[in-house]
Design a binder for this molecule. Structure first.
Ligand code: KIV
Length: 272
């Protein structure tokens, strides 16, 4: 049984480290706008990720590749304005950190300054070592992301479970240790075998947050719109839907449309 021992008023990267030490699980969700971020924050979520999944969820793109730094700044600054307690982590979008470490630092400084986020997240292990080093040297906290890394979708061609083969699992394990050694404050492991995720979480001192990585990690993350059931097309095995908002919203909107058409909205009390 995991403990909930603390009532932190403001979550920092240090808090997450304390939570891991105390075996208190970390609850993380995405958000992309002020209104939902405010609800998510007040509901007690520890970490809000302004994920580049905004590219899919908010903009309707097929992948996370097209979203830009300025668009991520728009989303993350909106989120920051709604948050009082949670740590806000923002994704560096594709193409803003892979080419060289100077560019990675420039992108990180811009997004931190213009959004007010508390940390950045980026995808990859040894391939992005120099970028991570430079960003950390500037005092910007970095969350790593290994396993299924959606920004590389065109390299892999599929969103299937990662690191099933031994050599892939070994690379992932080494990458996770490297990210810790470089100074990342946490890592996300996406869609990998639960046994491997447990091994990494047991090995590392920094928190390991899973999505499709089983229960034996230090916390969980889901995409908000998926767990609220707003998106009916996306049904991976790891997703638990806590609401069927798609149905609820459809019902409310169609009732409103009917009321307008039959002039039952607004009524006398709803007018001036
Ligand atoms: O962009 C995102 O939402 C993410 C999570 C799936 C971890 O990176």
């Amino acid at each position: 049984m995991n403990k909930i021992i603390s009532n932190y008023s403001r979550i920092t990267t240090n808090t997450l480290s304390e939570m891991k030490k105390a075996s208190e699980k970390i609850a993380m969700l995405t958000a992309y706008d002020y209104t939902l971020a405010k609800i998510v924050d007040r509901a007690g979520i520890d970490v809000i990720l302004v994920g580049d999944s905004a590219s899919n969820v908010m903009a309707g793109h097929e992948t996370t590749v097209p979203i830009t730094l300025d668009q991520m700044i728009y989303h993350s600054s909106s989120v920051v304005r709604g948050v009082e307690r949670a740590l806000v982590v923002v994704d560096l979008p594709f193409g803003t950190y892979q080419s060289n470490s100077k560019e990675a630092l420039k992108s990180s400084i811009k997004i931190m300054k213009e959004s007010g986020s508390h940390a950045i997240k980026l995808e990859g292990g040894i391939e992005v070592k120099s970028s991570i080093e430079r960003i950390l040297n500037a005092g910007i906290p970095v969350m790593g992301h290994l396993g299924l890394t959606p920004q590389s979708i065109y390299k892999f061609g599929t969103y299937s479970v990662r690191a099933k083969k031994n050599f892939e699992a070994e690379k992932l394990f080494n990458d996770a240790k490297l990210l810790q050694k470089l100074g990342c404050f946490a890592i996300v492991l996406e869609k990998i075998p639960a046994k491997l995720a447990k091994k990494i979480s047991d090995e590392l001192k920094i928190p390991v947050i899973g999505i499709g990585a089983g229960v034996d990690v230090d916390g969980q993350v889901l995409v908000l719109h998926d767990m609220l059931g707003m998106n009916t097309e996306f049904s991976p095995r790891f997703l638990r839907r806590y609401l069927d908002l798609n149905q609820e919203i459809t019902k409310a909107v169609s009732e409103y449309a009917k009321d307008v058409k039959k002039s039952s909205f607004p009524n006398k009390k709803e007018q001036y």
